[in-house]
Design a protein. Structure first.
Length: 151
């Protein structure tokens, strides 16, 4: 399996995986043209974040997005893991573990990164177990939002 930074040519598959992720995790149908525009904007502007894709024999098996949150307490960035998706045919084959290991190694090699964070749905116990197996710990923070776009 090969992990690489996503390219603009990956826009369609990443947007498709994001739409599948929203449906599978939240039963939410996304506006696909909006998602494609959002992915394209991300891929064109590295200050927004970085997508990584896992490929097996030229097929995109999965993806992971990193966005950035500055911590003044730590004088560094947390890398937020988002938009994690593994195609059904590749699940239980170490795709997420490979993506995570790649990002973890990159983050540890940089002096400006103070840690990794992610959020997960309360009901997604399978993912929570996977994160714990990778050495992540549950935080004491709760997540709040006001969403102006998705209803």
């Amino acid at each position: 399996m090969r992990i690489r930074k996503a390219r603009l040519s990956d826009t369609v598959i990443i947007a498709d995986y994001n739409a599948r992720l929203a449906w599978e995790t939240e039963r939410r149908r996304l506006n696909r043209p909006r998602v494609r525009r959002g992915v394209r904007a991300m891929l064109k502007d590295k200050t927004k974040g970085i997508y990584f894709v896992a490929e097996e024999k030229g097929v995109t098996a999965g993806q992971l997005l990193i966005t950035f949150e500055w911590s003044d307490w730590r004088n560094g960035n947390f890398w937020w893991i988002q938009s994690v998706y593994v195609a059904a045919a590749f699940r239980e084959r170490g795709v997420f573990r490979s993506l995570y290991a790649h990002v973890y190694k990159l983050a540890k090699s940089r002096r400006d990164v103070c840690g990794l964070r992610l959020y997960v749905d309360d009901d997604n116990t399978r993912a929570q177990k996977a994160y714990l197996r990778l050495g992540m710990k549950e935080s004491h923070y709760k997540f709040f939002e006001i969403d102006f776009v998705l209803k």
